[in-house]
Design a protein around this ligand. Structure first.
Ligand code: URA
Length: 433
C-alpha cells in the first residue's frame, strides 16, 4: 500500500477502505508517513469529506493509536462529559459532582486552556494543593471510593490525534466535521466511559459559529459515538455570551461553588442542570423528567456540594477555600470598566472577552507562559442588560498592572451598546440523542 495512492484516491473524491485508513494512522503515528503526506490527506478530506464508515474507522484507529483507559469495572455507571470549549465555561466543575453524588462513576481527563478558551485542569490548579496528575492506580482507587476524579490528559492517550491536531492547526484543516469528530471522539473513546454527554458550544466564543454548523457537528459525533457502542447525547448551547459572570481560573471555581451551594441562579446553572440531566438519564436509563428531579435534589440537598468537597480533598486540594474564598490567592489589582453611554448591551464578542482575560494573565499567550490563577473578569452586565453611562460593566483582576489598559481596550471592542434591547436568544438550542 502506498500513501501516494491514498492521497490521490481521496483527492478524487473516492471512499477510503478500512485498511487504507488504518495504514495511514499507524504509519503517521510511528513516523513512517511524513507530515507533508499527512497534511495533503487532511486537505483532501477537508475538501471531499468522509462517509460515516470512514469517520468511524478513522476514530477507532486514532483511539487505538495509544493507551486506552479500562473502566469496565464500573459497568454501565461510567460517565464523562466534554465541552467543545468556551469562555466562562466551568460546567465540568458543577456537572461532575452532581452526577457523581447520584451514584455515577466519573474518571475524567480534562484539558488546559486553549487560545481564548479556559480549561478545567487550569481551573482546578487554582485550588492550593490540587493534584492534576495521579498514577493510574490512584486515579481508579479514588473513583472506587468517592465516584469522582479529574486529572489532566496523561500517558500515551491518542498520540495520533496529538500529532494530527498539531498539523491541522498549521495547515488550515481544523474546521472539517469528520476531522473534528474523529479528534474529539477518539479521545472520549480512549478515556473509556460508557456514557458521554457532549456540550457543543455555538456562537462568537465557540469553534462553531452558527447553530446549523453546531448541529451538524453534534449529530455526527452522536452517530459515531453510537456506532462505537457508547451511550451518548449532545446538547447544543449558546456561547455568544460568556457563560455565567466569572472568567478566569479561581474566579470560575468560586462561581461553580456558588451554583452548587444554591447561591446563584443564572444561565450557568440552567446549562449545568440540562447537561447533568442528560448524563443522569443516560447512566441510570431513566427519563429526563426523573433525571432532572434527581439533579435538582442533589443541588438543593447540598449532596452535590459535599461531593465536590470530598473530591477536592481526595485529590490533595485545600477544600477550606471552597467555604472561605479569601483563602484563594488574591489579585494585586482590580479595575472597573464603565459604560461610555446609555443603552442596551446588544452583543458581546465572546472570543474577544476571552482574549481580554488571557491578556490579564488568566490564560497563556504561548505554551511556556505561566498562569495567574487570580486573574480574570467578573461581568456585571451581559447581553440584553440595560446600562446607563458610568455603570460598571465588568471588573478586571490581575497581578500585571501593565496589562489593564490593553485588556480594557479589548473588552470594550467586544461590546456593542445599542438603543434597543436585542431579541433574546435560546441558551440551549437543541439536544441530540
Ligand atoms: N477539539 C479537539 O479536540 N479537536 C478538534 O479537532 C477540534 C476541537
Amino acid at each position: 500500500m502506498r500513501m501516494y495512492d491514498i492521497i490521490e484516491k481521496k483527492r478524487n473524491g473516492g471512499e477510503l477502505t478500512d485498511e487504507e485508513i488504518r495504514f495511514f494512522i499507524n504509519g503517521f503515528t510511528d513516523g513512517t508517513i511524513p507530515d507533508y503526506q499527512a497534511s495533503a490527506l487532511m486537505m483532501a478530506v477537508w475538501f471531499k469529506g468522509m462517509t460515516e464508515r470512514e469517520t468511524v474507522t478513522l476514530t477507532e484507529a486514532m483511539e487505538k493509536s495509544g493507551d486506552t483507559v479500562d473502566l469496565s469495572r464500573y459497568g454501565s455507571l461510567s460517565a464523562d462529559k466534554h465541552s467543545t470549549g468556551g469562555v466562562g465555561d466551568k460546567t465540568s466543575l458543577i456537572v461532575t459532582p452532581i452526577v457523581a453524588s447520584l451514584g455515577a462513576k466519573i474518571a475524567k481527563m480534562s484539558g488546559r486552556g486553549l487560545g481564548h478558551t479556559g480549561g478545567t485542569v487550569d481551573k482546578l490548579e487554582s485550588i492550593d494543593g490540587y493534584k492534576t496528575t495521579l498514577t493510574g492506580e490512584e486515579f481508579l482507587n479514588q473513583v472506587d471510593e468517592i465516584g469522582l476524579a479529574v486529572i489532566g490528559q496523561s500517558g500515551n492517550l491518542t498520540p495520533a490525534d496529538k500529532k494530527l491536531y498539531a498539523l491541522r492547526d498549521v495547515t488550515a484543516t481544523v474546521d472539517s466535521i469528520p476531522l473534528i469528530t474523529s479528534s474529539i471522539m477518539s479521545k472520549k473513546l480512549a478515556a473509556g466511559s460508557h456514557n458521554i454527554v457532549l456540550d457543543v458550544k455555538c456562537g462568537s466564543g465557540a469553534f462553531m459559529k452558527t447553530p446549523d454548523d453546531a448541529e451538524t457537528l453534534a449529530t455526527e459525533m452522536v452517530k459515531i459515538g453510537k456506532a462505537c457502542g457508547r451511550n451518548i447525547a449532545a446538547v447544543i448551547t449558546d456561547m455568544d455570551t460568556p457563560l455565567g459572570t466569572n472568567i478566569g481560573n479561581s474566579l470560575e471555581v468560586i462561581e461553580a461553588v456558588r451554583v452548587l451551594k444554591g447561591e446563584v441562579d443564572n444561565d450557568l446553572k440552567t446549562v449545568c442542570i440540562v447537561l447533568a440531566t442528560e448524563l443522569t438519564s443516560l447512566v441510570f436509563g431513566i427519563d429526563t423528567a426523573e433525571a432532572e428531579k434527581r439533579v435538582n435534589e442533589a443541588l438543593s440537598s447540598g449532596k452535590a456540594f459535599e461531593k465536590m468537597k470530598q473530591w477536592i480533598t481526595a485529590q490533595g486540594g485545600n477544600a477550606a477555600c471552597l467555604e472561605d474564598f479569601s483563602l484563594f490567592k488574591q489579585p494585586k489589582y482590580s479595575y472597573d470598566i464603565s459604560a461610555e453611554k446609555d443603552g442596551y448591551i446588544s452583543s458581546m464578542n465572546t472570543e474577544k472577552i476571552g482574549i481580554s482575560s488571557v491578556i490579564l494573565g488568566a490564560g497563556r499567550e504561548s505554551k511556556e507562559d505561566s498562569i495567574d490563577f487570580a486573574a480574570g473578569i467578573v461581568l456585571k452586565k451581559k447581553t440584553g442588560d440595560a446600562v446607563k453611562k458610568g455603570d460598571v460593566l465588568a471588573t478586571l483582576y490581575t497581578d500585571r498592572e501593565g496589562s489593564i489598559a490593553n485588556a480594557e481596550k479589548m473588552f470594550l471592542e467586544a461590546l456593542s451598546i445599542s438603543d434597543t434591547a436585542p431579541a433574546p436568544k435560546p441558551l440551549v438550542y437543541k439536544i441530540i440523542r
